[in-house]
Write a protein that binds this ligand. Structure first.
Ligand code: FES
Length: 318
């Protein structure tokens, strides 16, 4: 983490307004009298909220006096945590995670979008709407790459979606926090892989033509890039392969593939790049099929081999 310093231009004073003062006094009741310092982070945070999103030097002194702490102790806290902004920020302040998992998944592309919309880190756009800073891991690595904007996380981003997100924020349009793909929270892309009701040994295998799990409607096929792969009317011999052994295919996606007439590994293994692009567009995957290399996974599984993922996923079979 780089050295963080107080802004060169500081206001003269800071005091909690009446509401925040009342709130801060109530916070102190949560701690023993000789442990008031425990409230330093919530109080600093409230001071930052009152001060248009940044923590000033007078605010640090004010909180230190409020909690009977040495100024340096509060200064250490404010300069250590990147949640405390030491200079003025935009109405929508972007904290962009650049730590390894997010970096590997495209954080550099997101930084380029920030530079295009905002400029360098620490700069506030002329309309006061946007600012950004690179931070360390924000604890949502499973949905990398991600950013935090004010109090919301935006995850599973790509450059195109992030570009639109910043446009929307600037224009005052409503945006949706959380994963920016169809994934639910941090569940695997394509749907859950655990507790999905895999048939116990004594149960009948599911029919190959079963409808997809869940209530979500199948996406409508739209004209897009690529070429639709050929499909079968039903699984050969009435028994489909367990397509969920392909990393990235969950029960919902398996059902959608079955609806396309795709029941077997060898079908996927023979997809051309055009076929993969068509299915990717159909499932609104934004390149996931290529990133997860379904075709080579399917080739291994069709030849009777195992992938790292299929080994972890347990026994084979429909
Ligand atoms: S590495 Fe980005 S959230 Fe953890």
């Amino acid at each position: 983490m780089s050295v963080r310093r107080l802004d060169a231009v500081q206001p003269k004073t800071f005091r909690f307004n009446a509401d925040n003062l009342k709130w801060a006094r109530a916070q102190l009741k949560k701690y023993p009298k000789d442990r008031k310092a425990s409230a330093v982070i919530p109080l600093l945070w409230r001071a930052q909220e009152q001060n248009a999103g940044w923590t000033s030097e007078p605010a640090i002194r004010y909180i230190a006096d409020f909690l009977d702490m040495a100024y340096i102790r509060v200064y250490e806290v404010a300069t250590f945590y990147t949640m405390f902004n030491l200079s003025p920020v935009g109405e929508h302040h972007v904290q962009l995670c650049g730590t390894t998992p997010c970096w590997l998944r495209g954080a550099d592309d997101l930084k380029a979008v920030c530079r295009k919309h905002i400029g360098e880190q620490g700069h506030v756009t002329g309309d006061g709407k946007l600012s950004w800073v690179e931070v360390e891991c924000l604890g949502a690595c499973v949905n990398a790459p991600m950013v935090q904007i004010n109090k919301d996380y935006f995850e599973d981003l790509d450059a195109e979606g992030f570009d639109k997100l910043l446009d929307d924020l600037r224009a005052g349009r409503k945006v949706k926090p959380g994963p920016q793909t169809d994934r639910q929270a941090s569940a695997p892309l394509g749907g859950a892989l655990t507790l999905t009701g895999d048939a116990p040994v004594t149960a009948k295998p599911a029919k190959a033509t079963a409808k997809p799990a869940g209530k979500a409607a199948a996406p409508k096929a739209v004209a897009g890039e690529g070429k639709k792969p050929g499909g079968l009317k039903a699984a050969r011999g009435g028994k489909a392969d367990n397509l969920r052994l392909i990393s990235g295919v969950g029960p919902k996606i398996e059902g959608l593939l079955n609806e396309l007439g795709v029941f077997h590994f060898d079908q996927i293994s023979k997809w051309t790049a055009d076929n993969a692009a068509w299915v990717d567009g159909y499932l609104k995957f934004k390149g996931r099929i290529g990133r997860e290399d379904w075709i080579s996974q399917a080739r291994t599984l069709a030849a009777g081999g195992e992938t790292e993922f299929s080994k972890r996923s347990g026994k084979r079979g429909g």
